[in-house]
Design a protein around this ligand. Structure first.
Ligand code: PLP
Length: 281
């Protein structure tokens, strides 16, 4: 497979990262993951906007324009003949003798890679189990940084308990999933945590708002509690790779009798239609 390294395309095996890369030593960098459907990047613009914002929030200066970075990502997809899959893109603050403060004049390190993932509607699971986990992360969860240890520990907790996702909470407030945003449905209304520094403002989350508008499903961004979560009519998570995914059980609590709810179903159908639409452009 070919990968993107800085401004070049090289073999995966040829790629080497310096042991003093700040991404490696400090998690000092940013990333985006985007879906590719029929060779086209889904929701490209908001992803690249968020990348720019993440860079700005960390005072990481991008070495190329977003236009140029985007061209390289598209070229990477072409070179690998990727039809359906994921493109992963990251930028670190580069390699420099280890000290915490920013190095001067050190070039950032850009890498990008793709992986095949077919979007199989027939074998798609109709929902997942989740567990609850304390949100022990820092207070800038709005930045998409490589520093994911809090997320990793939460996902591991889910994994060993046979759950597909960990739903995080700070005290009684539900924030988001370890790698997803969390929505509840109550009395026909969608509720999700506001886009402040406690969550990543997911591109799929924003896309679900668009779908909800199209479908006349009311939604509100407000904090909600663990009790509201467990008592919800429906629960689903959203993320780039898992799209809209119903949560049918949280620890021992069964949601909606363990079945995908009607509002989740409508959103999933609308999501599928949008994916088919971009395929046919
Ligand atoms: N929240 C966290 C912590 C994430 O890591 C992710 C994505 O991986 C999301 C939310 C969902 O964001 P998006 O829909 O942009 O993939």
């Amino acid at each position: 497979a070919m990968i993107l390294y800085q401004d070049q395309f090289i073999d995966r095996e040829q790629a080497k990262v310096d042991i003093e890369d700040r991404g490696y030593q400090f998690g000092d960098g940013i990333y985006e993951a985007m879906m590719v459907y029929s060779g086209r990047i889904f929701l490209l613009e908001p992803h690249m906007k968020r990348l720019e914002r993440s860079a700005r929030e960390l005072s990481l200066s991008l070495p190329y324009s977003v236009g140029h970075l985007t061209e390289n990502i598209k070229k990477l997809i072409e070179l690998n003949n990727l039809e359906d899959g994921v493109v992963y893109f990251q930028i670190t603050r580069g390699a420099a003798p280890r000290q915490h403060f920013f190095p001067d004049n050190t070039p950032t390190v850009i890498t990008g890679s793709v992986s095949v993932r077919t979007r199989d509607l027939t074998s798609r699971p109709k929902g997942i189990k989740a567990c609850l986990a304390d949100d022990i992360r820092w207070l800038r969860c709005d930045i998409k940084t490589l520093n994911l240890l809090g997320n990793v520990l939460a996902k591991q907790k889910a994994h060993v308990s046979g759950a597909g996702e960990a739903i995080l909470h700070r005290e009684s407030t539900v924030t988001e999933g370890s790698s997803s945003n969390v929505f509840i449905v109550k009395n026909g209304q969608l509720v999700t945590h506001p886009a402040d520094h406690f969550i990543l403002n997911g591109i799929t989350r924003l896309f679900v708002f668009d779908l909800a508008k199209q479908l006349d499903i009311p939604y509100v961004e407000r904090k909600f509690t663990v009790d509201e979560l467990l008592d919800a009519d429906e629960v689903f998570i959203t993320s780039t790779s898992n799209e809209v995914n119903p949560v049918l059980q949280i620890d021992d609590q069964i949601i909606n009798n363990g079945k995908q709810g009607p509002i989740s179903e409508r959103l999933i159908a609308a999501f599928d239609a949008e994916v088919e639409r971009i395929r046919s452009f």
